[in-house]
Design a protein around this ligand. Structure first.
Ligand code: 6R9
Length: 667
């Protein structure tokens, strides 16, 4: 029964794509003639060796016919950093602002032009080269949202090193695991950073991670490059008088960023890269076992990220684009770093939180910089909605034209608030569905062109051919629900999981031969709109952070008092989902507040603060089938207190269900 919203005249007037018919025509061309469609876009970029016509894309998506592979523009040679910076400077954008930087404290801000960014990138790239970093070497990045983070990523791209950014909210265990898995030679970090009034001891986390990497994974970091950040920003809480007491310093490994780049030339010849050479990898949680190193390559990622940015945000010259995502996520990689720069855009990088110094920080930033496109996550929208409309009304948000959302399904209530209160009923909303694995948007409305329904991610982006499949792999035509899959590659789909092509094939291509399987479910309505309904594997999405239930269960059972654990997702009004954990105890162990607190702390420490469980429930046993499988469907019902649990006849001990209902913590 959802209403259709058509793009307002305000958006349509000068839109790059002013009608739905125009979208359909372009989408059709992108499917029928990928080479014709994408080569036109490729022509805007610089190629050291141009692509060979006729060989634009080759792939195998069918595991029954052999190995899965995807290649775009084979034979072409280029450098992504050169296209983002040198090309734009040569085209007259040297003095254009690439980024406004807004610090955690409102008194801290700066800006940087394309020309200046290029020279900083070259200096850092030269320093990396001087220290022996070459094409194919891996660089881990554990940083706050500061300019050096972007400089470092682009410097890697310039010399062909492969960066692996680890979100600075991850624990030192997670960092140790990720930097060892990618065999990083270098780790780049900062001494610390403020998030609101909270001090993040980043260097100390890196010290612990380097130690763990050595003892647990036998992996050593050659150089740890540290940005001296705390001294140059306003302290938002207590700081030790002697900053050096916050961390260890090992002269053999640690070096300050400013010393590292000292005396380096601002000119650095790029490493010319093959179209399918790796650009970066980014770790994401897998439903079982270790995190997956999603690998993206050069030419295809450049094409798709640049194109999606242009159309999905309807970016125009003089616009100020703001994506609030941290660069530790794919959204930050693509839509804070690579895509805006590929379009010579001006964008904003924000270091802080929406709640500091006040709950209207986002709106005051929109007003201060006259932001035209604002891109955030439903969890942020929901948490800001709670403070009412008054805080929004204090600010002039007239500059906004396009609003966008990413990370999880946006509930219609939040959508309407975003549309009416933030967008004043005048802006388009792009509900962008994508994944670390897809590199860029794959389902999304396009401002000016696509009608919108609150909560629907709309239609496929150019080059993307979605399908819904039932459990048997049969295509669901017309209205219906099923597994969301894609029938062909678009340029920025991942190419492999680093070091584990078998896992790549089995995770994404084995369930339905011939298709890339997203792991999400989706519904198509009678008007053809697609609605992503959420994960269908054992994954949780808490405030847009993906994690697997088995990952959390593994941590819970590390506690000696716990013998078995089962984790399910429980709907949460702000976070979208939250963790509800059942634990079975070892003989003689007691379930008390101490245990609950220990377990919560353990999960925070092992995975990250965002993973902290909301509820831990004592379980005398778990509902299991005769084959020993935990029936999570029933646990999810217990978590929400819904006694309507359906058939329990396959359980070995149905009485356990009643006991678990009785045991629910009273909160
Ligand atoms: C970009 C990003 C991917 C998972 C994805 C899905 C969920 C992302 C969504 C959405 C509904 C949207 N997701 N965007 N669900 N509507 N607009 O978040 O990447 O961290 O890899 O997560 O997030 O479940 O499969 P990533």
């Amino acid at each position: 029964m959802s209403r259709v919203y058509h793009p307002s005249d305000y958006v349509v007037e000068k839109s790059l794509l002013p009608s739905f018919d125009e979208y359909k025509k372009m989408h059709k061309k992108s499917i029928e003639d990928p080479e014709g469609f994408w080569s036109e876009i490729a022509n805007e970029f610089y190629w050291q060796t141009p692509y060979q016509p006729g060989n634009f894309v080759s792939y195998n998506f069918n595991i029954e016919k052999g190995n899965i592979f995807i290649k775009w523009m084979e034979g072409a040679v280029t450098n992504v950093c050169f296209n983002l910076l040198d090309r734009n400077v040569r085209n007259g954008h040297g003095d254009k602002i690439a980024y406004y930087w807004e610090g955690n404290h409102p008194d801290d801000y700066s800006r940087i032009t394309y020309k200046k960014l290029l020279s900083l990138v070259c200096q850092f790239a030269n320093a990396l080269r001087e220290n022996g970093i070459r094409k194919g070497d891996k660089v881990s990045i554990y940083m706050p949202m500061v300019m050096e983070t972007i400089v470092c990523m682009l410097a890697c791209a310039r010399i062909g090193a492969v960066h692996s950014v680890v979100f600075a909210g991850f624990s030192c265990d997670s960092l140790a695991e990720r930097m060892s898995a990618c065999e990083a030679k270098v780790l780049v970090t900062a001494d610390g950073a403020w998030r609101g009034e909270k001090l993040l001891n980043l260097k100390q986390m890196c010290d612990d991670a380097m130690q763990k990497a050595k003892t647990k994974f036998n992996h050593s970091i050659e150089k740890c490059i540290v940005v001296s950040h705390l001294k140059r920003v306003t302290a938002c809480g207590k700081l030790p008088d002697d900053l050096s007491s916050m961390y260890n310093w090992n002269d053999d490994v640690d070096v300050w960023w400013h010393d590292f780049v000292e005396g380096q030339s601002t000119i650095c010849p790029p490493e010319w890269m093959e179209a399918e050479d790796p650009l970066f990898m980014l770790y994401t949680s897998g439903s079982t076992g270790k995190p997956k190193g999603v690998l993206h390559t050069t030419a295809g990622y450049l094409l798709h990220s640049a194109t999606s940015f242009r159309y999905v945000f309807d970016y125009r010259d003089k616009d100020v684009f703001w994506c609030t995502a941290d660069v530790g996520w794919i959204t930050g990689h693509t839509y804070v770093v690579y895509a805006p720069l590929a379009n010579a855009a001006t964008s904003l990088v924000f270091e802080g939180t929406p709640f500091y110094p006040d709950n209207d920080r986002y709106w005051s930033i929109v007003e201060k910089y006259k932001v035209t496109q604002f891109y955030t996550a439903p969890t942020a929208i929901r948490s800001l909605m709670k403070f009412g409309d008054g805080l929004v009304a204090k600010h002039n948000l007239q500059s906004l034209r396009v609003l966008a959302s990413v990370g999880e399904p946006i509930n219609p209530e939040a959508w309407h608030w975003y549309y009416n209160v933030i967008g004043g009923g005048r802006c388009s909303i792009s509900d962008t569905f994508f994944q670390t694995e897809t590199g860029g948007h794959v389902l999304t409305p396009l401002p000016g062109a696509t009608p919108m329904k609150p909560g629907s991610a709309g239609f496929p982006f150019f080059g993307v051919e979605p399908a819904l499949l039932d459990e048997e792999g049969k295509i669901v035509e017309g209205p219906g629900e099923g597994y969301l899959v894609f029938a062909r590659p678009w340029p920025s789909i991942m190419r492999t999981l680093f070091g584990d092509h078998d896992r790549f094939e089995s995770t994404y291509f084995s369930k339905f031969p011939g298709y890339y399987c997203t792991g999400d479910g989706a519904r198509r309505d009678e008007d053809g709109f697609l609605w992503v309904t959420g994960r269908i594997d054992d994954m949780l999405n808490v405030s847009g952070h993906l994690m697997s239930t088995s990952e959390v269960e593994g941590v819970l059972t590390e506690e000696p008092r716990v013998s078995e654990a089962a984790v399910v997702s429980k709907p949460h009004p702000v976070k979208g989902e939250s963790l509800y954990c059942f634990v079975i105890l070892n003989e003689g162990a007691k379930f008390d507040d101490d245990l609950v607190n220990c377990l919560k702390k353990l999960v925070r420490g092992r995975i990250g603060a965002f993973a902290a469980p909301d509820v831990i429930q004592y379980a005398p046993g778990l509902p299991k089938t005769r084959s020993g499988k935990i029936m999570r469907r029933i646990l999810r019902k217990i978590a929400i207190g819904d006694k309507n649990i359906g058939d329990t006849s396959t359980l070995t001990d149905p009485s356990i269900v009643e006991e678990l209902f009785k045991n629910r913590p009273q909160k």
